[in-house]
Ligand binder design. Structure first.
Ligand code: HEC
Length: 143
């Protein structure tokens, strides 16, 4: 074998290693909210937060599919941090992290997003690994 051939093989090998690592990274770290990433219990807790606090100002159905579509491609981390930073409107940040998380997954579930078996942690860096994606179908009342 000539020297040049060996070099070409080494380059080809390292490219394919890089490609498979890249793929592993993408599939491991990025999920969507459609993959059963929160539990039914979290949705139920979120509904309580909604009723006690958010419903004072918001009719539920303004956060239906039209609203969710605007978030497609963003991450759950971004919506979580927006809620923490801005809601409730007059006193943002007063709720516990898990309450912001629960009310967020409640909004997802109102839009037909299914729950799964594993709890979603109220942890922004991990939530940045979860993309908001449809399909969205309104399953709440009030429409
Ligand atoms: C005191 C009234 C009030 C309460 C309580 C309240 N909100 Fe809001 N919310 C508002 C107002 C007003 C806006 C519009 C703010 C703006 O456009 O700057 C808003 C906007 C929003 C938005 C849209 C943000 C965006 O930019 O897309 C979301 C989502 C939201 N609220 C969720 C919630 C949730 C969840 C709760 C309960 C934890 C809550 N709100 C509690 C008044 C309230």
């Amino acid at each position: 074998m000539r020297r040049g051939d060996t070099a070409a093989i080494v380059v080809a090998l390292s490219l394919s290693v890089a490609a498979s690592l890249g793929l592993a990274y993408a599939t491991q770290s990025q999920k969507t909210i459609q993959e059963g990433v929160f539990t039914e219990g979290q949705v139920e807790q979120g509904e309580k937060v909604w009723e006690e606090i958010c419903s004072q100002c918001h009719p539920m159905d303004i956060f239906g599919p039209d609203y969710m579509i605007g978030w497609e491609g963003a991450t759950a981390g971004e919506l979580f941090e927006l809620l923490q930073a801005t809601m409730p409107y007059e006193s943002p940040g007063i709720l516990a992290d898990n309450e912001y998380l629960e009310v967020m997954v409640f909004l997802f579930s109102l839009n037909g997003v299914k729950h799964g078996q594993e709890e979603l942690p109220a942890d922004a860096p991990q939530l940045y690994g979860i993309t908001i994606a449809g399909p969205f179908e309104w399953s709440g009342g009030g429409r």
